[in-house]
Structure formats: structure tokens, C-alpha cells
Write a protein that binds this ligand. Sequence first.
Ligand SMILES: [Zn+2]
Length: 416
Amino acid sequence: MPDLKLATETFDALYKNSLNPPGVTRAPYGKGEDMAHSLIHEIATSLNLDISVDFAGNQYVTLPGQDPNLPAVFIGSHMDTVPHGGNYDGAAGVIMGLTVLQHFRKIAWQPPQDITVMAIRAEEALWFSAPYIGSRMAFGRLPIEDYDTLERFDTGLSLGTHIGEAGFNIAALKSGKSWLTADHIRCFIEPHIEQGPTLVDAEVPVGIVTGIRGNLRYRDCKVHGVYGHAGAVPRESRSDALFAAVDFANTLERHWDDYDASGIDFVCTIGEFFTDPEHHGMTKIPGDVRFTMDIRSLDSKILISTHKALQKKAAQIASSRNVKIELGQFREAKPAIMNKKLREIFYRCAEKLDIAVMPISSGAGHDCATFANEGIPCAMIFVRNENGSHNPNEKMEMSDFGEATQLLTSFIESLD
Ligand SMILES: [Zn+2]
């Protein structure tokens, strides 16, 4: 049974050193994330584990196996947080991995193959407006132009500048070099806190993830109409940007209705929706509306077909309402289905250990999706967590973390 003293102390140290009330802030390539990586380095050193750091600053802590040529088992998650976030989103996965390695050191078990805990950089999409940056860089999969075009929202500095200033190898990254290759990784396991209420509501401590929804994100949708007097312009002469935008939003929700009726996994959100405060007014027909759109599904075909249908519908609404609708650029993150065999091993171990588990899908994106898209067998386990994530009120009980850690330990021991 793994000892949780180190994990508890590490969570406390992380919290204390990245406290930024309310909550904690560990900005990618900022003070908080650097501190977290130093802490992981310290722990790995104290446990006499091998440490390496890639071109992008992702850190790898390895318990060497009997045969170093066999593909390694990877356990990983990210160390960055959103601004004023909680202490567990991301960090819990890395700390769980280290707790498992500490246990194997203590019982002097040498696994058949290397077991590597990966502490990943820059996962939170909010900072640079792009998901899974750290894990994609590890595989040389980040588009080269992103190093110059992605800017951290608070500093205004480019990703490349941040990486260079942090002392990592931007030249290697820009040449498209990869640090990791799929054939060196047997499987990737990401433990993470649950970010919704499912496990809390079901009173189950651990979830076995079925898949991670992919998404299409549109940050800059625009409807252009014509400003006009609220009383003087007759209906047929209007180009009302707002009613057109509302019409479009309704269309999106009708799509959702259809998917629900057919049992298709889908969610969508218009998180921002506004007229221009510089020009709008109570007695003015709105001439401009901007909005964002986020659509997610476990099925990439659904995402693509929805995109096409929305474009068509936008053109129809634009012509019937005499406005212009631009959905603008969108970013895509592909869905990732978790490996069935790995999930079965988790279920078997849970039964043996008498730990209650349940299947659960992940609405949020995770680094695990990067590995799955490389063709690497992947699994995720969720630890029950109250109050959601990305906020200071994340609440994971150490007893739940302990059960999940026990499950992960048993899983790794069961791999043949
Ligand atoms: Zn996370």
C-alpha cells in the first residue's frame, strides 16, 4: 500500500509556493510552473530516480526497468494551472505517479520495463489560446509558426520567447525535432481529478475514463449588419446583427437536440456573445455582434459534419437577414478513445482491491489525447473532486487519492 506522506507534503508545498489568492497560479513558463518542476526534480533526486528534461522543459522521472530497450510505461499530467485555479488539476496526476515510483523503490521492485513519470508543461489552453502545448512539443507536433504567433495573454510575449527565456531549446523545437516517439512508449496513463460532478453524485471515488471529447473552438465569430434607428427603420430594411446571431445560436442548439435524440455524444457552448459597447445603445439597431463557439464530441466525424452544417446555415441566415456572418478561424483538438484492454485491467484491479469505480467520459481535454493521437495505448483515471476544477475550491480527499494510487500501483504490477 503506497505511503501518502510524500504526496501530502508535496501538495502542501505546491500550494504554499504558488498561492495567489484566491487560489493558486502556476503560469506556463512562469514562476509557479518553474517552482513546481523544481519540486518534482528535488523529489526525484531524493528517491534516486533518473531525471531528464526535453527541449520544451517537460520533465521525465524514470524508475529503470530490467530491460531498458523495452518500451516504457508512462504516467503523466501537467504542472501548470489556470490563473487563481486549484491545487490539484494536473499536479495530482504527476504526484500520483511519483507516489507509485516511491512505493516501488521502497519494496525494491524492479519492473520489466522503465516506468516514467512525465511532468508536462503548458497544458492549460487559456494562457496561449492553444491546448496541450507541452505534450505536442514533446512529439514535435506543434506547428512551427505557433512559436511566434501564440502569445501568453498576460505578458503578450510569444511562446518561443517564453521558452527561450526559460532556458530551453527553442532552436530544436523550431526545427520540428521530437523528444518522444510512439514506439518507445508502451502506454500512457493520466490520472486526473474529475472536473464535473459525476463521481461526487454517484458517491464513487474513482472513474475509468472511456474517452476524451475532441473540440472545435471558434474564438472570433462575427455578424455584421447595419446600425440604425430603433424606431425609424422598418423591419424589411433592417440588417439586424443581433437577431441574426440569435437565430444562428438557436440553430446550434437544434443540432444538439438532434444529436441527443440519436444518442450521439455532443456538447456545445457559446461562452461569449456581445454587441460592441463602443457603438451599441438601447435605441440603436445593433450593427455588430461577436461571439465564441465551442463544440465537442467523442466522434470527430460529428465535429466535421457539424462544422459544415453550421457554415451552410450561417450562409442561409446571412442571406435571409441581409447580414454577413463570419465564423472565422477555428482550432481543432481531436477526440481520443481510451484503450479497451488497459481499461479492462483497471476494472480487474479495482475488483481485486474492492475499490468502487465507474466508467466516465471526459468532457475536458487532456494531454492524454496527444498520446492517443500518436497511436499509443492510453488510459485515464479520474479521482472524485468536489466543486469542479479551474477554480480555488477544487476539493479532492486524500483518501480518494489514496485509493486511486493503490489502483494505479496494482495496474502497473498487473501489466505482463
Ligand atoms: Zn488538467
